[in-house]
Ligand binder design. Structure first.
Ligand code: IMP
Length: 199
């Protein structure tokens, strides 16, 4: 009988339960994913960076004092062609209140009201910084291209999922199964790159 391999612990610099669950499901059973709240209760940080990379580093640095092993920080957002890449790094506060996904979506749709169908292109972007066992930083990226719909649809996912239709689909990301979203999402792709380096 072969012994089961011990799980590899990874602390992810987020307090977003939905994201943690997504990451656990993408990384699979070889990894034990913990969130910031599991190692430092109540820990928060200000995402004041002007790039995705700056923000990922802010998250890594916030967790460093509390973690001996590996830390993974991702920063992601929606980049809309017709808005010159906005909301981008400001995706989570675009509607005026940090983390209010409903307001963010409403503001986006308002700004896109007069944008014709063929100019509604957008992509989700995800940057991952990984602080490995040797204390070295590694970087991974993932993108998911698609377009912005005219109204929200679907109950799954989070954030801008109800108004994002990935290329090759006639569904919003919020209408896809978790498994299908993870297979094509920006975070899924960045994490796949991350796992390639570790197998
Ligand atoms: P974070 O940096 O990964 O926390 O993401 C910042 C913001 O980008 C989130 O609050 C969402 O508005 C948006 N976002 C990131 N990933 C996704 C996704 O998978 N679906 C929808 N929105 C997302």
């Amino acid at each position: 009988m072969t012994e089961a391999k011990p799980k590899r612990l990874i602390v992810v610099a987020t307090n977003n339960r939905h994201k943690l669950q997504e990451m656990q499901s993408i990384l699979g059973s070889a990894w034990l994913v913990q969130g910031a709240g599991d190692v430092a209760s109540g820990l928060t940080w200000e995402e004041t960076g002007s790039t995705f990379r700056d923000n990922a580093r802010i998250k890594i640095n916030a967790l460093k004092p509390y973690v001996k092993g590996c830390i993974l920080a991702d920063d992601s957002g929606l980049c809309v062609d017709a808005l010159h890449g906005a909301p981008g790094v400001n995706s989570s506060s675009y509607g005026g209140i940090e983390g209010d996904h409903g307001r963010n979506v409403q503001r986006l749709l308002a700004h896109m009201r007069d944008v014709p169908d063929h100019e509604r292109g957008a992509h989700f972007y995800c940057l991952i910084l990984f602080l490995n066992e040797r204390g070295e930083e590694e970087m991974f990226e993932g993108r998911c291209f698609g377009r912005i719909s005219r109204q929200p649809s679907g109950q799954g996912g989070f954030g801008y999922d109800p108004v994002f239709i990935p290329d090759g689909y006639n569904l919003t990301m919020a209408e896809m199964s978790e498994r299908d979203k993870n297979a094509i999402s920006h975070r899924g792709r960045a994490l796949t790159e991350f796992m390639k380096d570790r197998s």
